[in-house]
Structure formats: structure tokens, C-alpha cells
Write a protein that binds this ligand. Structure first.
Ligand SMILES: [Zn+2]
Ligand SMILES: [Zn+2]
Ligand SMILES: [Zn+2]
Ligand SMILES: [Zn+2]
Ligand SMILES: [Zn+2]
Ligand SMILES: [Zn+2]
Length: 234
């Protein structure tokens, strides 16, 4: 009998106890979040003796393990297992996993013989070598006034290089964009290369060129596009 009450004794409700732990309202909300899949994941940690890492929900009543896994090896330094060879390996100190790669230490490219464009380079560590063709091309010139092909002669071996001139959007050898008479379509435009006549097309919003209105009947009149033949009525 306290606090001015007569005859009744009020007792605070018992705090809910689960597995020996007090559970406040906030904890209850958090566990509810786990129920709908909103877990609070830990940092990655190693689950087993291999290099697979996992994460786990940190809430004591959940402890769910995330389905995601990742592999994190602890590699040592790169090592050459064989002297005079370019194969390198490194080993994981946790699980023994080995990765290898080959990395040559190439010397300079050198021409093999005079008047020939084959080049050779040798590895400074192992007996490997590589070859390539490297021409010494002169300035590119147009093949002729009506052509967009360009040629260049190699100054070492006389090899003739051919390429098509690189024509960009603002290249001055293009005509202006205009309607293409062959297409008879007001939405299609074409332009031509002024050197070689190569044609390029693009689609645009149709701009029709109509004739004057013509009275067809007392209530109808029409006009026709002079270019594509489209008919409009009113
Ligand atoms: Zn959880
Ligand atoms: Zn490992
Ligand atoms: Zn090598
Ligand atoms: Zn050459
Ligand atoms: Zn051209
Ligand atoms: Zn038209």
C-alpha cells in the first residue's frame, strides 16, 4: 500500500525474458527487422580454414549467415621458381593457392636486316623473342583527285600502304545535306563526298514542300508535296 492507493497493490508488468536476455522495445523492433530480411551484417570474416569469407547478422537472436561469400587470399611476394625463366608465382600463406604469370623483360626493337622491315626484340632474362613488321611510311597522299584512297611508300622496303582517308563530320570534302532525289522521301537527306562521290544518308523530321491548295469539290481542297507526293486535305 503505497502512493495513496488503498487496497490495491500495483505491480510493474514483468519484463519479457528470452534466452536469459532482457529485451527492450528497441531490441524488439530490431529483431522484427530481421524477420523481414533487414539484417545488420557484420564485417567480412573467415568462416573456415580456407580463404572464404562470410558475414553474419550481429543481432543476438538472429545470427543469420549471409548467402554471399567472397574469397580473400593472403599472397606473399612474386617469386621466380626457375632461374633464367620468366614464369613467376606467388602463394597464399593461408590456403596454399598458387597464382602464376609470365612477364618478360623485353629489350629494344631492332631491325633484322637492311632493306627489310621485320623487327626483333629479345627477353633479357629468358631465351624468348618476338618479331613484328614496322614500316617507315612517308606522308600519306591521295591516290588521285577523284579518290579518297591514300597511299604511302615505306622508305625502308618500298612497301605500299593504302588506307581510306579519315573523313570526319566537318570534313570540307562533303557536300551540304540535301534531299535525296532517288529516295523521294522528305525525311531522308543525303550528302556526297566531293572527291569520290561516296553517299551518306540520314533521317530528319520531314519538311514537305507543298503546292498551292486545289479545290477538289465544294467542301474539299487538297495540296500535294512536290517532292514526295504526300497529300494533305482540308
Ligand atoms: Zn538478423
Ligand atoms: Zn588463400
Ligand atoms: Zn623472358
Ligand atoms: Zn617497310
Ligand atoms: Zn570520298
Ligand atoms: Zn514531302
Amino acid at each position: 500500500m503505497r502512493d495513496g492507493y488503498n487496497g490495491f497493490l500495483f505491480r510493474a508488468p514483468k519484463i519479457k525474458i528470452i534466452k536469459g536476455q532482457k529485451m527492450g522495445f528497441l531490441d524488439f523492433l530490431k529483431e522484427a527487422a530481421c524477420d523481414i530480411g533487414m539484417h545488420s551484417w557484420s564485417d567480412w570474416f573467415y568462416g573456415q580454414s580456407d580463404c572464404t569469407q562470410i558475414r553474419q547478422c550481429v543481432r543476438p537472436l538472429c545470427k543469420k549467415v549471409n548467402d554471399e561469400k567472397r574469397t580473400l587470399h593472403t599472397f606473399g611476394e612474386w617469386d621466380y621458381p626457375i632461374e633464367g625463366a620468366c614464369r613467376k608465382i606467388r602463394t597464399c600463406s593461408r590456403c596454399g593457392y598458387v597464382v602464376e604469370r609470365t612477364e618478360h623483360q623485353w629489350g629494344e626493337w631492332e631491325y633484322k636486316t637492311e632493306g627489310d622491315c621485320s623487327q626483333l626484340r629479345k627477353c633479357l632474362r629468358c631465351p624468348d623473342s618476338e618479331t613484328r613488321i614496322e614500316h617507315v611510311l612517308a606522308v600519306w597522299r591521295y591516290e588521285g583527285p577523284k579518290s579518297c584512297n591514300q597511299i604511302s611508300i615505306c622508305e625502308r622496303c618500298g612497301h605500299k600502304g593504302i588506307r581510306t582517308a579519315i573523313v570526319t563530320e566537318d570534313h570540307d570534302s562533303w557536300s551540304a545535306w540535301g534531299y535525296d532525289d532517288a529516295l523521294r522521301h522528305c525525311g531522308a537527306q543525303a550528302r556526297y563526298c566531293l572527291r569520290c562521290s561516296k553517299k551518306e544518308k540520314r533521317m530528319v523530321i520531314a519538311q514537305h514542300q507543298y503546292s498551292d491548295w486545289k479545290q477538289i469539290s465544294p467542301s474539299r481542297r487538297e495540296r500535294r508535296c512536290l517532292h514526295c507526293g504526300r497529300v494533305e486535305e482540308s
